[in-house]
Design a binder for this molecule. Structure first.
Ligand SMILES: Cc1cc2nc3c(=O)[nH]c(=O)nc-3n(C[C@H](O)[C@H](O)[C@H](O)COP(=O)(O)O)c2cc1C
Length: 311
């Protein structure tokens, strides 16, 4: 027969320890996020579907993004055990600066649409962890405001070369004056991607919301409250371009862009220059020959067109 004993409170107490209640709702949510997938699930709950789809979706049938995810899943590491890993050091040097982890936070447009803290929040996280943050040309925080909000950040700027080069030069002057010293020019969005989720939701420029999208948005009052009580969602750094958002968007992406424009940019930008969206050795060699300092090996998360290989 098994040995039995009377239940002891001291042993039960050991098991019954609950998390203390976190008053701050953001911290409470974050404490429940153990993986990126958990954050994605939370984003789906806290933002309207169309906003979630803008962030989560990609172009056409989303084949490239599916391949990217699979490529990461397929990575295998050879397990070399019995090495002292008590003090790992993932820091590295990038463009003369030490960064604490080999990661650069990529540019995202419209970031304040997801959450009103938007670009500033992402840049603060990057600064806190000593990694670079890249502000997008089509960001919803100006070049100046971001630099002021995160003065100690390793802040980079992502450029779309506008059809009117003098407007790009004007923008670059502001970028320079605000202290950014790494420029990342994106070359794989000469035309906007055919992002089917956005077309279905009607989250286009200008918006053509479907009744379902509008009804779903109405179910997120706190998102609305944030949007209505904070500055409007717009291409913050491009106000001087003139016109409404559709007219600005039309000026920002130039389908006629060539390597000659990269040579021109190399002349007008005095600091580090990266070209984002390169995926072949030949193209990488050409931009390096033009004096660029590196490439962003990227398929835009499958967001510009689909069928591109995982980087
Ligand atoms: C919501 C969202 C907005 C984005 N906006 C921009 C942008 O304004 N400029 C840009 O160059 N890339 C933009 N991207 C692409 C990312 O910078 C990045 O290339 C992509 O997430 C994939 O990462 P990878 O390039 O490291 O493979 C955006 C991506 C997302 C998800």
């Amino acid at each position: 027969m098994e040995d039995r004993q009377l239940p002891k409170w001291s042993e039960i107490r050991e098991l019954l320890q609950f998390r203390s209640f976190e008053m701050d709702p953001v911290q409470r949510r974050l404490a429940r996020a153990f993986t990126i997938a958990d954050l994605r699930t939370m984003a789906r709950k806290t933002t309207p579907k169309a906003v979630f789809n803008y962030t989560d979706g990609a172009a056409e049938e989303e084949i490239t993004i599916a391949r990217c995810r699979q490529a990461y899943r397929d990575v295998e590491f050879s397990p070399a055990v019995l090495r002292d890993v008590s003090d790992p050091d993932p820091s590295t040097k990038l463009f003369g600066r030490t960064i604490d982890f080999p990661l650069v936070l990529a540019p995202t447009g419209y970031t304040r649409m997801m959450h009103n803290d938007g670009e500033k929040a992402v840049a603060r996280v990057a600064a806190r962890n000593n990694i670079p943050y890249t502000l997008s040309t089509v960001g919803t925080t100006t070049v100046e405001d971001l630099a002021k909000a995160v003065p100690d950040g390793n802040n980079w700027f992502q450029l779309y070369i506008a059809k009117d080069r003098s407007k790009t030069e004007g923008l670059l002057e502001r970028v320079l004056t605000s202290g950014y010293d790494v420029l990342m020019v994106t070359v794989d969005t000469q035309v906007g991607g055919a992002r089917v989720r956005e077309l279905r939701d009607g989250l286009t420029i200008p918006p053509t919301l479907s009744p379902q999208t509008f009804a779903d948005m109405a179910l997120h009052p706190s998102w609305w409250f944030d949007k209505l009580t904070t500055p409007p969602i717009e291409f913050a750094s491009l106000k001087g371009f003139g016109g409404n958002s559709a007219e600005v968007a039309d000026q920002v992406f130039d389908p006629a862009l060539t390597f000659e424009d990269i040579a021109w940019l190399r002349k007008v930008w005095p600091h580090k220059l990266l070209v984002k969206g390169i995926q072949t050795v030949k193209d990488a060699e050409r931009v390096v020959e033009l004096g660029c300092d590196g490439v962003g090996l990227s398929n835009h998360g499958g967001g510009s067109w689909t069928g591109r290989p995982p980087s």
